[in-house]
Design a protein around this ligand. Sequence first.
Ligand SMILES: CC(C)(COP(=O)(O)OP(=O)(O)OC[C@H]1O[C@@H](n2cnc3c(N)ncnc32)[C@H](O)[C@@H]1OP(=O)(O)O)[C@@H](O)C(=O)NCCC(=O)NCCS
Length: 335
Amino acid sequence: MISDVDVRAFAPASIQGIVNTWNAAAGDRFPLRERLFRQNTVDDPHFDPAGCAVAVDARTEAVIGFAVAKVARVPLGADGLRADRGWISMLAVTPRYQRRGIGMRLLDAAEAFLRRRGRRRFVLGSDPAHFFPGVPDDPGPLGFFAARGYALRGDAFDLRRPLDAYQTPLVVLQALAANPGVEVRPLRPGEEASLLAFLDATFPGRWRYTVARYLDAGGAIGDIMGIVTRAEVLGFAHLFPPDASWIGPSVAWAMPTDDAPARPGRAGGLGPMGISPAIRGRGLGLVLLDRSVLHLRDAGATEAYIDWTVLLDFYGKLGFAPCRRYRHGERCLAD
Ligand SMILES: CC(C)(COP(=O)(O)OP(=O)(O)OC[C@H]1O[C@@H](n2cnc3c(N)ncnc32)[C@H](O)[C@@H]1OP(=O)(O)O)[C@@H](O)C(=O)NCCC(=O)NCCS
């Protein structure tokens, strides 16, 4: 029998219960490590404990559900605070407590937080320091958010490819030969300012913000693959080798946890990546992807992941295939 359930404010002591709840509800597809949860919540500037609601079985005091809602608390580069929206980052209920209205109570709490912060547009996933680009394409969460009036439309994918048999294709070698004077290589200490100037010019919003935060936190510039010509950075790919201290979103779900059996192989992650409009259409995007894949393999990765993309044809040229699908979802309050 299910006894009373309280919905309470977040406290750090709940973290282990939150992680356990997530892994019981969705750990088979999305195994959550405590380190990832902390990185993307309590250790991130956008986390506000008031936006995290925790459902507790009042009889046992066990955590049996939680929801994380966020608003931007520092500007996301040129995108600023995105004051029109707030995000539902993550929400789960322990399986044996599901279909009893607890998910709805948690969503109520998350939306109430966003309303108190003046937000009228509630977006699923894609938050700063996100876990998901949208909502996982599973009947449970899709049915749940649809029942609450969320519009679910549009896809995003995570992609994967094994690296053992990877070989640089001819088209990449041809593009390199056709672009003399262009270097595609890991960036070096001292090139941070050039990288940020490129991002200011081309990707001044969230990507610029995230790279600057990574560098400020002591992230290795050598894990950013660059396209460099005449000492100017004109393209970048952010890479996450298997031993990177920052868990990139591409490898968020590719690591073993205490509960999930170790996957064979070691995952490396890739993205975001982008190049200047001035040099697009010259094959350099595939060169950047190829060099990134080789860098990850040299660093010990046996498989590479790319997150949050719709460019299946582009990445498919180097053998990446979808491994997870998401839907975009949001609800706007009526005026
Ligand atoms: C999504 C989730 C939190 C729902 O929790 P819950 O406590 O079962 O939700 P509720 O009982 O409040 O459900 C309310 C309504 O949502 C809909 N719904 C919930 N689960 C559903 C399912 N599996 N299929 C279809 N509709 C569903 C129903 O309309 C339901 O009302 P009803 O039970 O009267 O028919 C839960 O399924 C879960 O933890 N899933 C795994 C984690 C996840 O993927 N989270 C989303 C991404 S962050």
